[in-house]
Design a protein around this ligand. Structure first.
Ligand code: SF4
Length: 114
């Protein structure tokens, strides 16, 4: 079941991707590209092994994104992050707080067997 942390992260990511698509000169102009990326990110969040306890994706030891998608999201975050503060201050501050959370231990079923 999706809780408030995952819902909020989806909202933040959607806003960052939209900002990048609409305003970044380097954004790709291929139709549907960013909707697909956002849908991909939402699916990752739905399946996140940490669930509501998730760390910031950039601190995550699992890295569930495909490498190319991960690189693209890093680019978007780097560009949109500083621009988010004025447009979505509450989401941005909460996101910055999430960034500082310690990475929780992996749930038992995902830990490597010894
Ligand atoms: S990168 Fe890590 S924290 Fe982010 S969604 Fe994937 S498993 Fe969860």
């Amino acid at each position: 079941m999706m809780g408030s942390r995952i819902r909020r992260e989806k909202r933040t990511i959607a806003r960052m991707i939209a900002l990048y698509e609409q305003q970044c000169p380097q954004a790709i102009s291929s139709p549907g590209h960013y909707q697909a990326l956002n849908a991909y990110a939402e699916k990752r969040l739905d399946k996140c092994v940490f669930g509501e306890q998730k760390p910031a994706c950039k601190q995550c030891p699992v890295h569930c994104y495909q490498p190319a998608k991960r690189e693209e999201m890093k680019l978007i975050m780097r560009w949109a992050g500083p621009r988010m503060l004025w447009r979505h201050p509450v989401l941005t501050v909460l996101h910055l707080i999430d960034d500082r959370r310690p990475v929780p231990e992996l749930p038992e079923k995902y830990r490597p067997k010894k």
